[in-house]
Design a binder for this molecule. Structure first.
Ligand code: SF4
Ligand code: SF4
Length: 271
């Protein structure tokens, strides 16, 4: 298996019966039926012994609770990170309004989470069929995360930091990961004992792709982002999970990832 094969298989998977289109049973409004959730994925690969993984244990990075690949799987050789960009339809709908969260985005957030995890499971099954072992940290019993005002917002495996190490992109002021397909999308990763070719990182700085244009500050309805502090998790988490929508089982926001220069590409310094 190599990067090209993984890309081809994931593309085919997301174009087929993977749940990547909203069914009439799922649709919050009749017009949502058939909505495509994700476009073509981006895949990056890091060596499991990349020294940046152990640097994540520094208190100024994630902290000592971060688990390196070999702590999830002692025989780990590679880490694969997958970025699933939201479809143009979802991004345009959420960009169109300054405050209301688009119904399309709610589908992307909720049904998109199921597709994201199924995509990870699919990749895991490909590796296992090919004779390798694989672990999806987010779905593993050892995965631990906290999201509370008292304990903070952290986890022992950060998809965005892992994607950075895997060559997919850099952080933005809004703490989204800015990839070559932009920041509006979701991430999942998998650890395997398969030795795979590493994706070169085209950057050296954590925030290299962000222009600090401030557009995400203006888009945030919760005033959670500032030039001084970046994103504060508490007001964001409160808004995303507790803002009342017309649909009790659906939540989301994504204003800082849509209608901004880094929505669908690495922004130009001139924007
Ligand atoms: S909108 Fe501008 S400041 Fe905010 S993350 Fe994107 S590029 Fe950076
Ligand atoms: S998701 Fe919404 S509330 Fe959270 S930082 Fe982005 S714009 Fe603000």
């Amino acid at each position: 298996m190599n990067l090209q094969i993984i890309n081809e298989k994931l593309n085919r998977y997301l174009s087929s019966d993977s749940g990547n289109h909203i069914t009439s049973e799922q649709a919050l409004t009749p017009e949502m039926t058939g909505l495509r959730i994700y476009d073509e994925p981006l895949v990056g690969i890091a060596s499991a012994d990349d020294p940046l993984f152990s640097k994540m244990k520094d208190p100024e990075a994630i902290g000592p609770h971060f688990m390196c690949p070999e702590e999830w799987m002692p025989e780990a050789k590679s880490v694969i990170s997958v970025f699933l960009p939201y479809s143009g339809h979802i991004k345009r709908a959420n960009a169109a309004s300054a405050s209301d969260v688009a119904v399309e985005w709610l589908h992307g957030r909720v049904e998109g989470q199921e597709v994201l995890l199924k995509t990870g499971e699919y990749l895991k099954s490909l590796l296992i069929e090919a004779g390798y072992n694989a672990v999806i940290p987010f779905l593993d019993d050892n995965f631990h995360h906290v999201e509370s005002h008292d304990e903070g917002y952290t986890s022992n495996w950060s998809e965005r930091h892992v994607a950075y190490i895997c060559g997919l992109g850099t952080f933005g002021l809004s703490k989204s990961l800015i990839t070559e397909a932009g920041s509006a999308g979701r991430l999942v990763s998998i650890i395997t004992d398969h030795v795979l070719p590493v994706t070169p990182r085209k950057y050296t700085e954590l925030y290299q792709y962000c222009t600090f244009c401030g557009a995400c500050i203006k888009r945030c309805p919760a005033q959670a982002i500032s030039m001084e502090y970046g994103k504060k998790h508490e007001p964001c988490g409160d808004f995303v999970h507790h803002k009342r929508t017309d649909y009790p089982d659906h939540y989301g926001c994504g204003k800082c990832q849509t209608g901004v220069p880094c929505e669908s590409k690495i922004p130009s310094k001139k924007e």
